[in-house]
Design a protein around this ligand. Structure first.
Ligand SMILES: [Zn+2]
Length: 388
């Protein structure tokens, strides 16, 4: 009896928390013992107006999210990653882990609806794969930089336009795609396949045209991704890295065989999200000259421009920001860049050559948004880097 009451209680509490998360357009929610739940809104954590959760309550919530099999796995591994859906609300990706001998929960919301590149403000050049018929296209950025959102828009478009067999290998599956012009099969690591590398090794026997793999971060995953991409299909993968040139340096640092880089690596798209100034409390400010110089701008040259920031209002929870804007850079692996990779180049040399060959660096894109009054100097300085 008591058992039933507690599970009903935790279920309704959970529903309330997830509902609040969606209502406030939070991307993540964190629940830890002895603390009030936190929501991540536009990149910043905001505490919910609730009393701190006890250790017992946190555990109850975590267990109410898991199936029996997942509970057993969690008790064995102490860490568990899974996804779930709440009808009429959203899908969520959840990680449950231990900290200071109690349980903590991180929940990320995954919208049901897949947005179009226009809605996401992805510039057309990012989606120009006309000349890339095969090989590896990497989408890179730090955690929470919108890589999966970009890739989902891309899968959606390819699914609409091409009569192809699209296969995804994900850990775990986030968005679910319906087959359209072609067919989409989605495999989840540990559910539909024993391991990432095993799923990739089967690809040549599955008549796949386009493969999507998530988080090819370590040497083993990267190597098996490159090998598959070298077999003539088009492969898209996500990887965590600061920017496009750092992703190339990763291939060198991880000693990826040059013949595979040469044969398979085609393009690297890197992205970040900049916080957008709240339009409700936006005002003109005097920029900090030292900060301008630190990002390579001569204060004299921009004295005719207006700089803005939000002063904070109820609409933006007092943060001065509302929503985010993605910034991209895309680096083509040209013959010159390939030769530089083989010779073991430095990150600065690589960056200079990429810019020479037409890459518009993310910092430059971000500066344009800043001068258009969409984001702040602080955001540009903290979120983008330059090798100049
Ligand atoms: Zn505001």
């Amino acid at each position: 009896m008591i058992e039933t009451q507690t599970s009903v209680k935790s279920e309704s509490l959970l529903k309330m928390l997830l509902g609040e998360m969606i209502r406030k357009q939070a991307t993540d929610m964190h629940i830890s013992a002895d603390s009030s739940p936190m929501l991540r809104i536009d990149g910043k954590l905001i505490m919910m107006q609730l009393r701190p959760f006890s250790e017992e309550m946190t555990k109850m919530l975590a267990y109410s999210l898991m199936t029996n099999a997942q509970r057993r796995k969690f008790e064995r591994d102490l860490d568990l990653d899974f996804s779930f859906g709440v009808k009429g609300l959203s899908r969520f990706r959840c990680n449950v882990f231990h900290q200071r001998e109690s349980i903590a929960i991180s929940i990320k919301s995954i919208p049901y609806e897949i947005k179009t590149p226009q809605d996401l403000r992805i510039p057309p050049e990012v989606f120009q794969f006309g000349e890339v018929k095969n090989g590896l296209v990497l989408v890179t950025g730090p955690r929470g930089s919108g890589k999966s959102t970009t890739l989902s828009a891309l899968i959606k478009r390819l699914n609409e336009e091409r009569r192809s067999h699209i296969l995804t290998v994900e850990d775990p599956i986030e968005l679910v795609y319906n087959s359209m012009s072609g067919i989409v099969n989605q495999r989840e690591v540990l559910k539909d396949t024993k391991a990432y590398e095993i799923a990739l090794a089967s690809v040549p026997r599955q008549d796949v045209d386009i493969l999507f793999v998530s988080e090819a971060n370590d040497a083993e995953k990267l190597l098996s991704t490159l090998k598959v991409a070298d077999m003539g299909l088009l492969v898209f993968a996500t990887m965590r890295s600061r920017d496009a040139v750092s992703a190339v340096m990763r291939f060198i640092d991880l000693n990826m065989p040059y013949y595979l880089i040469n044969g398979a690596l085609r393009m690297i798209i890197s992205q970040r999200l900049l916080r957008r100034i709240c339009p409700n409390c936006r005002r003109v400010v005097t920029p900090d000259d030292d900060l301008l110089r630190s990002i390579g701008i001569d204060p004299m040259k921009v004295k005719n421009y207006n700089f803005y920031r939000g002063s904070g209002c109820p609409k933006c929870n007092g943060t001065g920001y509302q929503g985010r804007i993605p910034v991209f850079e895309s680096l083509k692996i040209t013959p010159v860049i390939r030769t530089m990779i083989q010779a073991g180049t430095s990150v600065i040399e690589l960056w200079r050559e990429a810019v020479n060959e037409g890459m518009i660096p993310m910092r430059k894109v971000a500066l344009r948004y800043m001068l258009e009054g969409e984001t702040t100097l602080d955001q540009v300085a903290s979120e983008t880097i330059s090798y100049q």
